[in-house]
Design a protein around this ligand. Structure first.
Ligand code: HEC
Length: 355
């Protein structure tokens, strides 16, 4: 009975949080006036669907909202502090300013269009790159399919296609890609190459050079409209996860103009994420680590609690996937290496309904 009641009230909290954007947008003038503003283009038009992000100095949480059709944005109440606030839209330059929440609360931005094609191409997500690849002839369609099938499992299409290479350059990249494993380890431990990339290497290199080479490009971009309606009423919260061994990630993806980041700054350990019924976040971690088998992120403060289960190699056991069942229990798998064999075990985590 207690469990059932707790479950009901906690779910309600989750729904209220999910609808928070709509509630705030409809009633912005509450006691604690949120950070808000208006986004216009250089020619003075209101810009809807622009992403506006805010991060307090020293904080690990980035909160983002979207502008409404009149170009207005409203943040949920944020703790007082010095915030970096920035606005981004594809094909426009990023605008950024420092705002002291608690004093000034209105921050308008004027976004300037990006005229250099390569500069806005670098902002694009993977689906736009894939859609723009030539595919009108049967031969091109076959190569487009090969790119989608072979090149988007280990990294996104935007990571691959943000740079240009000539045919020889693409072929050299394929030489490497057909041998690395998902972590980029070369050569693959089983010493086998990926037959599909190997078989299509010559055709793929020529095709990729025609699309993303130094010459005239056969890519045709037909960009999706910016988000609108209900889709643009959500609030997105992103949490920085601590990077081990003093590695520094210069591009964490928050500035689109820098392109799709590499994972080489050890940013990629966080594999899957699930929320518990208190609204906190649990992550599973799939890269070799000395401190994280899995971890909990406090959704309010961003504080991270690491859980470490020993392995035999001087590092901790890794984990990979996590799901929440209908009773609120979180399940994840744990990979421990026992000699040369990897043993996967399913583990259950406690949750509020378990008490
Ligand atoms: C088995 C995994 C895997 C597959 C499949 C794969 N890649 Fe990669 N690729 C990687 C890894 C790992 C990196 C390095 C990622 C990083 O630094 O974040 C990489 C990096 C790259 C880069 C960046 C090179 C640079 O220096 O800028 C390009 C371009 C690339 N891959 C192209 C491709 C193409 C084209 C295909 C499909 C034919 C492909 N990859 C398939 C694993 C893979």
């Amino acid at each position: 009975m207690i469990n059932a009641r707790r479950f009901a009230s906690v779910s309600l909290l989750a729904i209220t949080l999910a609808l928070g954007g709509a509630t705030l947008a409809a009633r912005p003038a509450q006691a604690d006036t949120p950070l808000s503003g208006r986004i216009t283009s250089a020619t003075g038009e209101a810009m809807g669907g622009v992403v506006v992000s805010a991060k307090a100095r020293g904080s690990v949480i980035t909160t983002s909202v979207y502008t409404d059709p009149a170009g207005n944005y409203f943040f949920p109440p944020l703790p007082d502090g010095n915030y970096q606030v920035w606005a981004q839209a594809v094909q426009f330059e990023r605008a950024i300013n420092t705002v002291t929440v608690g004093k000034s609360r209105q921050q308008n931005f004027v976004l300037k269009p990006i005229t250099d094609r390569e500069s806005w191409i670098r902002q694009l997500p993977g689906d736009e790159f894939l859609a723009a690849l030539p595919g009108d002839t049967p031969e091109d369609f076959r190569m487009k399919t090969q790119v989608r099938k072979n090149c988007t499992g280990c990294h996104s299409a935007s990571y691959v296609l943000q740079h240009k290479f000539d045919e020889e350059g693409w072929s050299k990249i394929l030489d490497l890609m057909k041998q690395v494993n998902v972590s980029g380890t070369f050569p693959r431990p089983d010493k086998r190459i990926t037959p599909n990339i190997n078989f299509h290497q010559k055709e793929l290199a020529a095709y990729l050079a025609r699309a993303r080479g130094p010459g005239e490009s056969s890519m045709r971009f037909n960009l999706q409209p910016r988000p609108s309606g209900e889709a643009a009423r959500i609030i997105v919260k992103e949490y920085d996860f601590p990077i081990e061994d003093n590695h520094v990630q210069v591009n964490d993806g928050s500035d689109w103009s820098l392109g799709t980041p590499s994972e080489t700054g050890h940013m990629a350990g966080v594999h899957d994420v699930a929320a518990d019924l208190d609204g906190n976040i649990w992550i599973v971690y799939s890269r070799p680590s000395k401190v994280t088998s899995y971890a909990r992120i406090d959704a309010k403060t961003g504080a991270v609690k690491h859980f470490a289960l020993p392995d035999r190699r001087g590092i901790v056991a890794g984990s990979h996937g996590i799901v929440r069942d209908e009773n609120g229990f979180l399940w994840f798998n744990l990979a421990r290496r026992n000699g040369t064999r990897t043993r996967n075990s399913n583990k259950k985590l406690g949750c509020p309904t378990d008490q």
